[in-house]
Design a protein around this ligand. Structure first.
Ligand SMILES: [Zn+2]
Ligand SMILES: [Zn+2]
Length: 402
């Protein structure tokens, strides 16, 4: 394959701590070689120059919690499903993606992990967002907090099962509900392997969270969704009222969390509250998008197409019949824009929460997450409303925008 011409981007750069107008990003192959003010670096004569015009240059987004898109769910368990979803998310600015398992049979989860691994090993900009690892999310959910996931597919942690899944070498983020028997061994093993450990779909108490924390857990999935509160813990144990996941995350500076900023799951004041309490270094934006992303309103399955429950998309969000939300149907571009317009965080922190912060939390910030020399050339051209105009993944333009 012919090497691409050197790429140079000029315009207003969105850096992790500030905007830099008249900025320049020089790429060599799949990496960024220099970032600075225009005039600081000579532009190679044969370079292709991409000008952001009145818009912005941003790092590609990093989504650590996402189920699918364009009518594909990662749990469909095929390479085609992974690629279809990854291409859909690339159109929305995600360049590093963590396909996320749900509840389901061991065979379904195994198929999903193998499919994600095969697509990761293929690489290729035409496959859309690059698989940076799998988020092993289901099946270790608490029965009373399964939310939109099929309850028959949940179970308690089984070391024989998760070791086999972990041994496939594709998991990078690991979720378990903190009240389940075997939780500590699960988090210890995941930590030992260097995974980012998170608690979700859980009705755990402060004490259970502390045990999980001691075993390496440092994050809670989709804050205020399918998680415990003081009243929900009181329903388990009565009085005195005990602390819940909410207090644990807010009190512990090392704990991070994530929000679904589609304005359907959480009202603006909760997005503002989460940002004010945790700050941009401990709050991630995730899409948690399902297969109805970029699809018309209608009925879809959450999880594997074969046997999972239906939900309804109204074009804004997914619903479970009879109430309750079934995760989002919009991309990271919308989450970043909503965070900027609905809260006081500003453009720099809004982009950071969709890029560098998740990269830091999973330990990949030396490689991705910001416009910095040495990192992968994952670069977005955004317009003034933060709509994605062009997407570059590893220094190559993703052409599948339509
Ligand atoms: Zn969930
Ligand atoms: Zn989810």
């Amino acid at each position: 394959m012919k090497e691409p011409q050197p790429l140079v981007f000029t315009g207003t750069l969105i850096l992790p701590d500030r905007l830099l107008s008249n900025g320049i990003v020089v790429c060599a192959g799949d990496r960024i070689s220099a970032v600075g003010s225009a005039g600081e670096f000579a532009i190679p004569r044969d370079a292709t120059v991409i000008e952001a015009g009145s818009g912005y240059l941003a790092p590609g987004y990093v989504d650590i919690h996402v189920h699918g898109g364009a009518n594909a769910d990662y749990m469909d368990g095929t390479r085609a499903a992974v690629i279809t979803a990854n291409r859909a998310h690339a159109r929305h600015g995600t360049t590093s993606i963590f396909p996320t398992t749900t509840t389901g049979s061991r065979a379904q989860i195994d198929a999903m992990l193998r499919a994600a691994r095969a697509v990761r090993d293929d690489g290729g900009v035409e496959n859309g967002a690059r698989v940076a690892g799998v988020h092993f999310y289901g099946p270790y959910f608490a029965e009373d907090k399964v939310g939109c996931h099929i309850v028959s597919g949940r179970r308690d942690p089984d070391p024989e099962e998760y070791q086999a899944h972990f041994d496939l070498g594709i998991v990078r983020v690991a979720t378990c509900a903190a009240e389940l028997p075997g939780m500590e061994a699960f988090f210890r093993e995941a930590s030992r392997r260097g995974y980012f450990c998170t608690c979700g779909h859980s009705n755990s108490t402060w004490t259970e969270m502390q045990r999980a924390y001691d075993a390496g857990m440092r994050h809670v999935d989709h804050f205020w969704c399918a998680m415990s509160s003081v009243p929900s813990v009181r329903a388990r144990f009565g009085t005195p009222s005990q602390g819940s996941m909410e207090q644990f995350v807010l009190m512990r500076s090392e704990m991070s969390t994530e929000v679904i900023a589609d304005l359907c799951h959480l009202a603006p004041e909760l997005l503002e509250f989460a940002y004010a309490m945790k700050g941009a270094r401990r709050l991630c934006l995730v899409t948690d998008a399902n297969r109805a992303l970029d699809m018309p309103p209608g009925r879809y399955r959450f999880g594997a197409e074969a046997d999972n429950d239906w939900f309804e998309s109204d074009g804004r969000v997914g619903f479970i019949p009879g109430g309750g939300l079934a995760s989002s149907i919009v991309g990271m571009d919308t989450m970043v824009r909503n965070m900027k317009t609905a809260t006081s965080c500003g453009i720099v922190d809004a982009v950071r929460m969709g890029s560098l912060t998740p990269a830091e939390r999973v330990g990949l910030d030396a490689d991705i997450g910001s416009l910095a020399a040495g990192k992968r050339a994952d670069i977005l051209c955004l317009d003034t409303d933060l709509a994605v105009k062009r997407v570059f993944i590893g220094g190559r333009e993703f052409e599948g925008r339509t």
